[in-house]
Design a protein around this ligand. Structure first.
Ligand code: ATP
Ligand code: MG
Length: 558
C-alpha cells in the first residue's frame, strides 16, 4: 500500500520494493546519493509491452529520483543482432516518453575492457582456458543435487591460460576449440557457479565491430562489467536472473571494477491472450501469421502505437500493475481499460456506421439537408462542436434494427421509435425487403424533430447517406483464443492463434473523418475507439484500426 499522500487526483505511486530499496540506500548515503539505472535491450527484435514495464521502471525511477537512465544495447551475442532493431528500439523508448540524454551505449564498446578484465581474472588464478568439448563440459558440470567434476584444465598455470587466451583472441584456434572459464566451485548447488564459461571462440560478423573479434564474452560476464563501467547503482532485471546474481557479484568482487552495482530482480510482465518473447513474436512475423512486427494485433510497442494505444495509457498501465517478486499473469483487460480511460478523455467523437442499413425518411421537409450541431468531446468542452448534415436518406447500424425484436430490445423495430443522436426521432413505418433475397433492403421511417415529445428508450448513431464516405475499418479480436498460449510447454503455441483476429469492413463515415491525420484517434460513437492507420492511410482516404471497444468485451472475473 501507498504510504505517501499526493495532492489532487494523481494516484500516489505505490512504494514498491524497489522504491523502498532506493529510499533506504539514499537514507544511508549509499552511492553518494546517486540513482543510475539502465535499460539493456538485446537488439534482436522489437520491443514488446513487457519491455515497456522495464522501461517505465528504469527510466521512471531515474526521473523520480533525479538520476539518470542509460540506454545500453546488450549486443555481445552477434548472431541475431541487427541495426534495424536498434533504430526501432530508440523510436519506441522515445515514443513512450523517455529520454536517455547522452547516455547511449553499446556493450560492444566495452569489448576491450571486458578482455582486460578477463586477463586480470586469469592472472589472479580465477579463470582458466578449458579444452573440454561441449558434451564433456555438460557432463562434468553435473546436476544440482550432486557435485560436478573438475575439468583437467582447471589447474592449468595462469601463465599458460594467459598464453592460450591471447592466442584465442588472435584467431589461432578453431571455433569452440577452447573456452575461458571462471574458476569458482564445481560443487556449488548453483550450476551457474560451476566454473561458468566467460568467453567462447566464434567467428561471426558483429554489427558494430565487424571482424575485429573472434572471441565473444558471455552475457553474465559482460553484463555486470558493463554496469560497473557505467557506474550503474541499481541494476534492475527480471526474476530469472536471481540465480545469476551470485556470479554477477563474484565477478565484480574478483576484478578491479570501478563500482559494484546492486542487482535487483522483479517479476516480468505476462499478459493474457498473447505471447511475450521476441523469439516467438519473430516466428509470427516470419511465418506471416501477422503482417509484421507492427501489426496492430502484436503486443509490440510499435504494434500498439499503430493500434492507437496512447503512450500515457501504457505508462499508466505499467504503474498500475506495480512491481513485485511474484510471477503472475496480468489480464489484457487491464491494459485495454487504461487505453479506454485515456481515449475517453482525449479522443474526438465522430459518427461512423460499420454495418450500414439504409433509412428513408418519409416526411422529410422540403430541403436538401438540415444542419445539426454535434459535440466533439463531452469530456472536453474545449474540443467544441461541428456541423453534420442530416438528410432524407441515412445509414444506421444494421444491429440497431430488429424486425422481430427480442424482449428488452429498445432500439428500432416496426412501429417503434428511437432517438437519433443530435437529430430528433425515427419511427419505423415500413420495412422494405429485397425481392430476390428477402433481406432487409431499407427502412421507411417517420421523422420528428428534437423538440418533439417522443418516448424512447435508446439513442442510436447515424450518418447521412449522401454525405457519408466509405472508409476501410479493421476490427481486431484477441490474437490467441486462450489466456495462456504457452500453458502447455513444448506444444506449438500457434495452434491457439485466433483465425478471426482480424476482419475488415467498409464503413460509412461522416465527412469530418476523412481529414483524419495518420495516427489520430477517434471515438466512433457507440462503437469504439479507432485510430487512422499510420501506414495505409492516404490523404482524404484514412484506413482505421480499431483500438478498443467502448466497454470491456468480457465481464471481469470475481
Ligand atoms: P524476450 O524474452 O522477450 O526475448 P529478453 O529478456 O530476451 O526478452 P532483452 O532485450 O534482453 O529481451 O530485454 C531487455 C530488458 O527488458 C531486460 O532487462 C529484461 O529483463 C526486460 N524484459 C524483457 N521482457 C520483459 C517482461 N516480460 N517484463 C518485464 N521486463 C522484461
Ligand atoms: Mg535477454
Amino acid at each position: 500500500m501507498s504510504d505517501t499522500t499526493t495532492p489532487s487526483d494523481t494516484p500516489a505511486p505505490s512504494r514498491h520494493f524497489i522504491r523502498q530499496i532506493i529510499d533506504r540506500d539514499l537514507a544511508e548515503g549509499k552511492n553518494d546519493g546517486r540513482v543510475i539505472t539502465r535499460f539493456p535491450p538485446e537488439p534482436n527484435g522489437y520491443l514488446h509491452i513487457g519491455h515497456a514495464k522495464s522501461i517505465c521502471l528504469n527510466f521512471g525511477l531515474a526521473e523520480e529520483y533525479g538520476g539518470q537512465c542509460h540506454l545500453r544495447y546488450d549486443d555481445t551475442n552477434p548472431a541475431a543482432e541487427e541495426m534495424e532493431y536498434v533504430e526501432a528500439i530508440e523510436r519506441d523508448v522515445r515514443w513512450l516518453g523517455f529520454d536517455w540524454g547522452k547516455h547511449h551505449y553499446f556493450a560492444s564498446d566495452y569489448f576491450e575492457p571486458f578482455y582486460r578484465y578477463a586477463e586480470e581474472l586469469i592472472q589472479k588464478g580465477k579463470a582458466y582456458v578449458c579444452t573440454l568439448s561441449p558434451e564433456a563440459f555438460k557432463e562434468y558440470r553435473g546436476v544440482p543435487t550432486r557435485p560436478g567434476k573438475e575439468s583437467p584444465s582447471r589447474n592449468r598455470p595462469p601463465a599458460e591460460s594467459l598464453d592460450l587466451f591471447r592466442r584465442m583472441r588472435a584467431g589461432k584456434f578453431a571455433d569452440g576449440q577452447y573456452v575461458l572459464r571462471a574458476k569458482i566451485d564445481m560443487a556449488s548447488p548453483n550450476l551457474h557457479m560451476r566454473d561458468p564459461v566467460l568467453y567462447r571462440i566464434k567467428r561471426i560478423h558483429h554489427h558494430r565491430t565487424g571482424e575485429d573479434w573472434c572471441i565473444y564474452p558471455m552475457y553474465d560476464f559482460a553484463h555486470c562489467i558493463s554496469d560497473a563501467i557505467e557506474g550503474i547503482t541499481h541494476s534492475i532485471c527480471t526474476l530469472e536472473f536471481e540465480v545469476h546474481r551470485p556470479l554477477y557479484d563474484w565477478i565484480l568482487e574478483q576484478i578491479s571494477a570501478p563500482a559494484h552495482p546492486q542487482q535487483i530482480e522483479f517479476a516480468r510482465l505476462n499478459l493474457s491472450y498473447t505471447v511475450m518473447s521476441k523469439r516467438r513474436l519473430l516466428q509470427l512475423v516470419q511465418e506471416k501469421h501477422v503482417a509484421g512486427w507492427d501489426d496492430p494485433r502484436m503486443p509490440t510497442i510499435c504494434g500498439m502505437r499503430r493500434r492507437g494505444y496512447p503512450p500515457e495509457a501504457i505508462r499508466t498501465f505499467c504503474e498500475t500493475i506495480g512491481v513485485t517478486k511474484y510471477d503472475s499473469m496480468t489480464e489484457m483487460e487491464l491494459l485495454e481499460h487504461c487505453v479506454r480511460e485515456n481515449l475517453n478523455k482525449h479522443a474526438l467523437r465522430r459518427m461512423a456506421v460499420l454495418n450500414p442499413l439504409r433509412v428513408v425518411i418519409t416526411n422529410f421537409p422540403d430541403t436538401p439537408a438540415i444542419d445539426v450541431k454535434a459535440v466533439n468531446n463531452p469530456e472536453d468542452t474545449d474540443a467544441g462542436t461541428r456541423t453534420m448534415a442530416f438528410t432524407r436518406e441515412l445509414f444506421i447500424e444494421r444491429e440497431d434494427f430488429a424486425e422481430e425484436p427480442p424482449p428488452k430490445f429498445f432500439r428500432l423495430a416496426p412501429g417503434k421509435s428511437v432517438r437519433l443522436r443530435y437529430a430528433g426521432f425515427l419511427t419505423c413505418e415500413r420495412v422494405e425487403h429485397d425481392p430476390a433475397t428477402g433481406d432487409i433492403a431499407a427502412l421507411h421511417c417517420r421523422w420528428d424533430p428534437p423538440e418533439t415529445k417522443v418516448k424512447v428508450k435508446a439513442t442510436i448513431h447515424w450518418v447521412s447517406a449522401d454525405q457519408a464516405r466509405e472508409i476501410e475499418v479493421r476490427l481486431y479480436d484477441r490474437l490467441f483464443t486462450v489466456p495462456d498460449p504457452m500453458e502447455v510447454k513444448d506444444a506449438d503455441f500457434k495452434r491457439h492463434l485466433n483465425p478471426r483476429s482480424l476482419s475488415t469492413v467498409i464503413a460509412r463515415a461522416e465527412p469530418a473523418l476523412l481529414d483524419a491525420a495518420p495516427g489520430e484517434s477517434f471515438q466512433f460513437e457507440r462503437t469504439g475507439y479507432f485510430c487512422a492507420d499510420m501506414k495505409d492511410s492516404r490523404p482524404g482516404a484514412p484506413v482505421f484500426n480499431q483500438t478498443a471497444a467502448l466497454k470491456a468485451v468480457r465481464a471481469k472475473k470475481g
